[in-house]
Write a protein that binds this ligand. Structure first.
Ligand SMILES: [Zn+2]
Length: 199
């Protein structure tokens, strides 16, 4: 089953959407940012996307100027190469969405991965050609707010992810099963969404 976002790769600067690879500097690993290397990689591989990139208020609360700069540089580069982007925006999805707006149409598609709020941002996300990947949080029977949010996402915008990495082994089949059980969304529909994201 297609996993829209995971990190089961040796190098933390890579992530995967199905078979497609993305490269980028996550806001938790800013020291690793090497702009020239990113450009080289994208030049060398036309199928490569950019991610996981973004802003974060989970670990530090404050968004440092450096964090913002690294995110912006990567958006500019993704737009230049016309590559899709995987976003991180823990506790600052509004700021991440705003930062992406100037790149509308230049960056062909955005994956809002781990998106957990808020309903008010959905129209802006869709306007950017954004997709939202629903993760294992949906399996938690007490996650009422998250489940209510997912109910508001247009179904043609939904993907499914594990966000797996070393030591984390969520089951993508369980996420698909829960999407079907709660909202009637089928694997076929999700694969169609993925097909549109890729094109
Ligand atoms: Zn991730």
């Amino acid at each position: 089953m297609l996993d829209a976002h995971c990190h089961n790769l040796e190098d933390p600067s890579w992530c995967r959407m199905g078979e497609r690879l993305f490269i980028g500097t996550h806001p938790w690993h800013l020291d690793g940012f090497d702009e020239a290397e990113l450009v080289r990689r994208l030049e060398a591989d036309p199928g490569l996307g950019v991610g996981e990139i973004g802003l974060d208020r989970l670990k530090t609360r404050e968004i440092s100027p450096r964090m913002r700069q690294v995110f912006m540089r990567q958006l500019v580069i993704a737009a230049y190469f016309r590559r899709p982007v995987v976003l991180h925006g823990a506790k600052c999805w509004g700021e991440v969405t705003e930062a992406c707006k100037p790149f509308k149409g230049q960056i062909p598609a955005f994956l809002f991965h781990g998106f957990s709020r808020s309903e008010g941002l959905l129209s802006g996300i869709i306007d950017l050609n954004g997709y939202i990947s629903v993760g294992p949080a949906i399996l938690n029977d007490h996650a009422d707010n998250y489940r209510a949010l997912v109910a508001k996402i247009p179904r043609e915008r939904i993907l499914a992810e594990t966000d797996n990495e070393a030591g984390r082994n969520a089951d993508i089949a369980a996420v698909y099963a829960k999407l079907k059980e709660l909202y009637g969304i089928t694997e076929k529909e999700i694969l169609e969404n993925y097909g549109r994201f890729r094109t």
